[in-house]
Ligand binder design. Structure first.
Ligand code: GDD
Ligand code: MN
Length: 385
């Protein structure tokens, strides 16, 4: 039996456990290796040769390279190699790492799917251990820099290191995996198919699969992460922005109530500022021409519209139904706490002076209003699609 690196496992909770190395021999030795590429013609020959060496052993590999119209000689390379088990898919119009990976997974034929970079950062020699982990019962396995035995080649600038650390910490609420940023991972086709629909935004399709396919038992196989030998990294500012959007989507998937209530509270807070500002503005502009009650009414309606627009986008992103109905429903629900605040203020004003009554009334009214408005809108107005 080959000398496999010891693997590190994560099970739902933070309890890490070592995977037994005394496992049964793997049943299916057929693996589909999916490699997304953009301008990697310089790196591909070496990688394909290393994979071929693995194939000469006991592993039946199918290699699928998904290239986004690089026009750098990648197509010629495949034409000249002519191996039936090496396939190139060129996407002429679509772009993006995650969607390229999904395309490769769609076109592959084996039960075990393995995804890796083309640039030589990921050692193909770790593939057997990763596939074996799935056979031993893991839902997901990945090549990890951050478990004992794993490492990163020197030469990462401080900026890239800090970047990677921050991104890893941001993934913490979704998985206790140590290297959730890894683009070197292995999953069964059946696990992928049983998961929730995927959102192929940005770079971190591995993290997306762990969360959406509800992988509980994740095994981390230590790897040495090498610095790419050829070409350039495609990690741009845009990729980092997409990562933030991706994290937001994962929040919405895993913690839907919190991901709705928090923005709702923030929008509510912004509404206080908007309302105060509007009142001051209307006072300045129309003090002579409008009655005070009319100015207050205009400020209330405009503030409600402001809150509605943001809440609809940020707090109730998943709602369906007509916007007019939603608007009327929103106004009706929010009017209730306003009326309550009005009466609370009046009842306090009988026992205390008016400014204090106003303060008490608005604090109690706001706290009640926040919770009431969220529940009311979630249940009655913005129903889920
Ligand atoms: N088809 C396609 N389309 N492939 C792409 C695209 C794209 O738009 N962008 C990047 N790729 C390919 C690259 O050619 C490479 O094979 C792989 O995706 C990773 O891209 P790199 O540019 O080498 O990424 P990196 O080195 O910054 O990031 C690596 O490290 C991360 C961990 O720090 C990747 O392995 C990530 O997957 C990993 O998460
Ligand atoms: Mn790279």
């Amino acid at each position: 039996m080959e000398n496999r690196p010891r693997a590190w496992s994560v099970r739902g909770t933070n309890q890490d456990a070592m995977v037994s190395t005394e496992s049964s021999p793997i049943q299916s030795r057929a693996i589909s290796v999916i490699i997304p590429t953009y301008q990697e013609a310089g790196s591909l020959p070496t990688l394909l040769d290393r994979l071929a060496a693995l194939r000469d052993g006991e592993w039946d590999l199918e290699v699928i390279v998904v290239d986004d119209d690089s026009r750098d000689g990648t197509e010629e390379l495949f034409a000249s190699r002519g191996n039936s088990w090496e396939r190139l898919i060129v996407r002429r119009t679509e772009r993006g790492l995650s969607s390229a990976v999904l395309r490769g997974m769609d076109e592959s034929s084996n039960e075990i799917l393995l995804v890796m970079d083309a640039d030589g950062s990921h050692p193909p020699e770790a593939i057997p251990a990763m596939a074996q982990a799935l056979d031993d019962g893991a839902d997901f396995s990945l090549g990890s820099r951050y478990v004992p035995g794993g490492s990163t080649e020197d030469g990462w600038g401080v900026l890239r290191w800090v970047n990677s650390k921050i991104a890893t910490v941001m993934a913490r609420p979704f998985t206790s995996v140590r290297d959730p940023m890894s683009g070197f991972f292995c999953i069964k086709r059946s696990t992928w198919k049983a998961g929730a629909p995927l959102d192929p935004i940005g770079y971190k399709i591995g993290l997306e699969l762990i969360v959406k396919c509800r992988c509980r038992n994740v095994v981390e196989v230590p790897i040495h992460f090498s610095t790419r030998c050829e070409g350039e990294s495609k990690l741009t500012l845009r990729v980092q922005w997409e990562y933030l959007l991706h994290i937001l989507n994962l929040c919405r998937f895993k913690y839907p109530r919190l991901a709705s209530f928090l923005p709702f509270a923030l929008v509510g807070l912004s509404g206080i500022g908007v309302y105060t500002g509007l009142l001051a503005l209307l006072d300045l502009a129309f003090a002579g021409s409008f009655e005070p009650w009319l100015r207050i009414l205009i400020a209330i309606v405009l503030t409600m519209t402001w809150n509605f627009a943001w809440d609809r986008r940020l707090a109730f992103w998943d709602a369906r139904g007509s916007i007019v109905r939603q608007y009327l429903g929103f106004v009706a629900i929010c009017a209730i706490p306003l009326i309550v605040t009005y009466f609370v203020t009046w009842s306090f004003s009988e026992t205390t002076v008016l400014p204090l009554a106003g303060l008490l009334g608005s604090v109690i009214g706001s706290a009640f209003g926040l919770v009431f408005n969220w529940f009311g809108n979630r249940w009655l107005v913005f129903r889920r699609a």
